[in-house]
Design a protein around this ligand. Structure first.
Ligand SMILES: Cc1cc2nc3c(=O)[nH]c(=O)nc-3n(C[C@H](O)[C@H](O)[C@H](O)COP(=O)(O)O)c2cc1C
Length: 207
């Protein structure tokens, strides 16, 4: 039975909505055990209040938790064209796991929310995959077998590199049905891959 972690950071709820859809998709795969966790907030309370961040009572993960999963799906908003510092801070604390090769051969996937259509959506999805490759994880994207990938109906997020949404410059947009379907598709895709890999020999040979 594959264990899947959906791990995210969200200031205004867009990534959180996608995270729930990712978890729903992963849970649709028989036998999958799915946890939904957020990375700890690092921004001081007065700054959060001033910027209107929304509260989130989802349980937090600790870096050491990652080793227990067969697959991890990472969600982040775009910050200046790349992942949020909260997520980077979390990953930067996983050096001990890297040193022990504890994540080698596990499945990883990324999803993202971005303010504007060309403000770094694909850059965020792709660059967030870089540290995951350092961990030795196998990257799963959002394949074109998801029909919504090529929709021409309105503004949608997502790319072959992962599910996503476009929040709007003022954050007023919400994930569309296509965005949420993409996140569910990616969650199920990852869970199916993890189930196959969990049944196989771990790929952790050291040479
Ligand atoms: C400090 C900061 C930097 C941001 N940088 C970008 C950016 O480079 N490109 C962009 O399109 N949106 C940018 N945004 C908008 C966020 O991506 C947007 O608020 C986020 O996708 C909403 O997701 P959330 O509701 O899960 O927090 C930025 C927002 C903040 C607060």
């Amino acid at each position: 039975m594959p264990r899947i972690l959906v791990l995210y950071y969200s200031s205004y709820g867009h990534v959180r909505a996608l995270a729930h859809a990712e978890a729903e998709g992963a849970r649709s795969v028989p036998g999958a055990i799915v946890d939904l966790r957020r990375v700890p907030e690092t921004v001081p309370e007065p700054v959060r209040q001033n910027a209107g961040y929304v509260a989130d009572d989802t349980p937090e993960a600790a870096p050491a938790d990652l080793a227990a999963y067969d697959a991890i799906i990472f969600g982040t908003p775009t910050r200046f064209g790349m992942m949020a510092g909260q997520m980077k801070q979390f990953l930067d604390q996983a050096g001990g796991l890297w040193a022990k090769n504890a994540l080698v051969g596990k499945v990883a996937a990324v999803f993202a929310s971005t303010g504007s259509q060309h403000g770094g959506h694909e850059a965020t999805l792709l660059s967030t995959q870089i540290p995951l490759q350092h961990f030795g994880m196998l990257i799963a994207g959002l394949p074109y077998t998801f029909g919504g990938q090529t929709t021409r109906d309105g503004i949608v997020g997502g790319a072959p590199y992962g599910a996503g949404t476009i929040a709007g410059a003022d954050g007023a947009l919400q994930p569309t049905e296509t965005d949420l379907a993409g996140a569910r598709f990616q969650g199920a895709h990852v869970a199916r891959l993890a189930a196959r890999l969990a049944a196989a020999e771990p790929a952790r040979e050291v040479a």
